[in-house]
Write a protein that binds this ligand. Structure first.
Ligand code: SF4
Length: 371
């Protein structure tokens, strides 16, 4: 089929002819342009599920070695379900958003308890698993067993809203409903997994947030935004995250070959992971009084009286809505036995040689590597 199509009719996705032409074009493009990713060589729903969870909020290049290590350690649901959570978190260390790992682990246990260790193939059963929403259920079932479920995630929200020229807020209830309906009308019984992957690949490689490569887009003749010359206007997002700047301090407190650490728990930001004493930097009038305020905060939190010198490392990173500037100090004050035993929960002395085995948060690992 020739790539030229009447522009007016090609923009009407309510026409079966347009939808068929669109599917043919995007599939043809995907077959010759798809990246060779390891999870594209399997139709095991467990392996695809792990990749989908890891890919939420994380770049493909980062995910590949994590996915390979994870599958090597836990080649099936039963192995994952039987593992200690600390081992799961250790393998996740550095990927961030650790709630994903904990939910994956819990969901594996549900699969063992309720489905005999076989990943369910019914949509409602998949959707009922912890950490799996409509998108992930649709992605797993369409890719692993060609079930005709649509997908809607960051990349496809952008692609659909540009194709459709959708000018309403994509984060609103009506916006989400509209885009899911748009996705539903595209998906078919014939190779839905390939179509879904092609749509996501287009969003990742061609229809990028900034400067989309419309000239090389295989479906530009179907695109309202391209026809109107304003792709970057889309998607309209009225709830874009408002980032908050925040200063935090970490203090490495050493005694002989041990260092003070803590495990986050409950609903804390990094529950299940370990870190050095860390807190929001106390407000102070100047640098000198800031040191004193930090020492007072350390004492209040840990029970230890320490003296900090100049910072040994600074970094910037993001966690949820926070843009954090983290400053790290090191205290080598000699502590008496009495002081050593004054530490408060959840802090505990940890041998430096044990740090390699503990699941640490990203900045905790970076600090450990600098010791
Ligand atoms: Fe995206 Fe441009 Fe293709 Fe439209 S033509 S789908 S804006 S890359």
């Amino acid at each position: 089929m020739a790539d030229s199509l009447d522009i007016t009719s090609s923009l009407r996705f309510d026409s079966a002819e347009t939808r068929n032409a669109f599917r043919r074009r995007i599939r043809r493009w995907f077959r010759t342009n798809a990246r060779d990713l390891p999870w594209r060589h399997t139709n095991d729903p467990y392996a695809i599920w792990v990749s989908e969870i890891m890919l939420q909020q994380t770049q493909v290049a980062t995910v590949i070695p994590y996915w390979e290590r994870f599958l090597k350690s836990f080649p099936n649901v039963k192995k994952l379900a039987a593992a200690d959570e600390s081992k799961v978190l250790k393998l996740w260390e550095g990927l961030g958003y650790y709630r994903r790992a904990r939910q994956l682990h819990r969901a594996a246990q549900v699969v063992v308890q309720e489905h005999g260790g076989r990943f369910p193939t019914k949509y409602q059963e998949v959707l009922a698993l912890p950490g799996i929403g409509r998108y992930t259920a649709g992605a797993i079932l369409s890719i692993s067993s060609d079930q005709a479920y649509p997908v809607l995630e960051g990349n496809t929200i952008r692609v659909y809203s540009r194709l459709d020229g959708y000018t309403e807020d994509v984060t609103s209830g009506p916006g989400q409903k509209h885009l899911w309906e748009f996705a539903e009308q595209l998906v078919t019984r014939s190779h839905p997994g390939e179509l879904n992957q092609a749509l996501m690949e287009l969003g990742s490689e061609i229809c990028t947030p900034r400067d989309p490569d419309c000239t090389n887009c295989p479906v530009r003749m179907h695109c309202r935004a391209f026809s109107d010359g304003n792709p970057e206007f889309y998607p309209v997002n009225k709830r874009a995250i408002q980032y908050e700047a925040r200063r935090e301090t970490a203090v490495v407190i050493e005694h002989n070959d041990r260092v003070l650490m803590r495990e986050y728990s409950g609903r804390e930001r990094w529950a299940g992971l370990w870190d050095f004493p860390r807190f929001e930097t106390p407000g102070a009038a100047d640098k000198d009084s800031e040191s004193g305020a930090i020492e007072a905060t350390v004492q209040e939190a840990t029970g230890l009286q320490v003296a900090i010198g100049a910072p040994f490392w600074k970094t910037k990173h993001a966690v949820t809505k926070y843009r954090i500037e983290l400053t790290c100090y090191r205290s080598r004050s000699s502590l008496s036995n009495k002081q050593l035993n004054q530490i408060r929960a959840p802090y505990q002395w940890t041998h430096l040689s044990d740090l390699a085995e503990l699941p640490l948060n990203v900045t905790g690992r970076m600090i450990a590597e600098r010791l």
